[in-house]
Design a protein around this ligand. Structure first.
Ligand SMILES: C[S@@+](CC[C@H](N)C(=O)[O-])C[C@H]1O[C@@H](n2cnc3c(N)ncnc32)[C@H](O)[C@@H]1O
Length: 253
């Protein structure tokens, strides 16, 4: 399944249904940084905004927030969520992160959380002195699980995604570029929630870009024996643990 089709399909998903408990082992917090860097006059662009919940619930009140996504379904969901929220100064619209269509030298802050980016295009749309904040999923995310399956997102990449992103940000002309590895533990209350989660996210099965490959929803065919082995080795106080590896990047124009 291709990435766009996947996101169209999950547009109404509410991940809180998996009741995941997260424990952060590192300190970098995107929302705290965003709060510190912004003020009431800030113009913020959120790339790959999804259903808009993060923007609506966690982004600071400021002059303007534009959330964009290449999935029409996601933008519809974001607009519905916006209507319910009563927040103002927020707009959601369709845009591909790789073909950005926004004014030059316009935004104070650009945020990209768990989505693809083209740092050169981001650089253009930021004001001088503006900030880029990236949060991403790294190659070694859920590594123990990917090892058991012998596959998964980024499993065969020759270099970590974080390093590639970091280099791209520097090469785009940004300064004060900082890359921070983020370590989190996630706990699932039971096997059912754990398995349902894995069937809905591109961790073990990744996106296929092969033309005409309409592999039905991810992972219907996840090998149960392998999953049981992971569960047996990674259950603590009755909860199943998944080790997440993210990364944060901050940079200035
Ligand atoms: C994992 S979700 C993250 C959503 C949100 N940023 C968050 O942190 O909850 C990834 C989002 O990026 C969007 N996306 C992926 N590739 C994109 C692209 N090339 N252009 C625009 N959006 C894209 C998807 O449609 C999806 O909504």
């Amino acid at each position: 399944m291709k990435e766009l089709e996947y996101y169209e399909e999950i547009k109404d998903w509410d991940f809180s249904m998996f009741e995941i408990e997260s424990e952060s082992l590192t300190k970098w917090d995107l929302y705290e940084i965003l709060k510190k860097l912004s003020n009431k006059d800030s113009k913020i662009l959120d790339l790959g905004t999804g259903g808009g919940e993060k923007v609506i619930e966690r982004y600071p009140y400021c002059a303007e927030i534009l959330g964009t996504d290449f999935s029409e379904g996601m933008i519809e969901t974001a607009n519905k969520n916006l209507e319910k929220s009563g927040r103002s100064n927020i707009t959601f619209r369709l845009m591909d992160n790789l073909e950005m269509n926004v004014p030059d030298n316009y935004f104070d802050i650009v945020v990209a959380r768990n989505t693809v980016t083209d740092p050169k295009q981001i650089y253009k749309c930021l004001k001088p002195g503006g900030y880029l904040l990236i949060h991403g999923v790294d190659k070694d995310d859920c590594w123990g699980l990917k090892m058991i399956f012998g596959k998964g997102q980024g499993y065969t990449d020759s270099r970590p995604i974080s390093i590639i992103d970091y280099e791209n940000v520097i090469n785009a002309g940004f300064k004060d570029v900082e890359l921070v590895p983020l370590h989190e533990r996630e706990y699932f209350k039971n096997k059912y929630l754990f398995k349902s989660f894995l069937k809905k996210v591109p961790i073990i099965d990744s996106f296929s870009e092969i033309e005409g490959d309409n592999k039905d929803y991810f992972s219907e065919e996840l090998d149960d024996e392998l999953l049981e082995k992971y569960i047996e080795d990674n259950t603590y106080d009755g909860k199943i643990r998944l080790l997440r590896r993210y990364y944060g990047i901050t940079a200035k124009k």
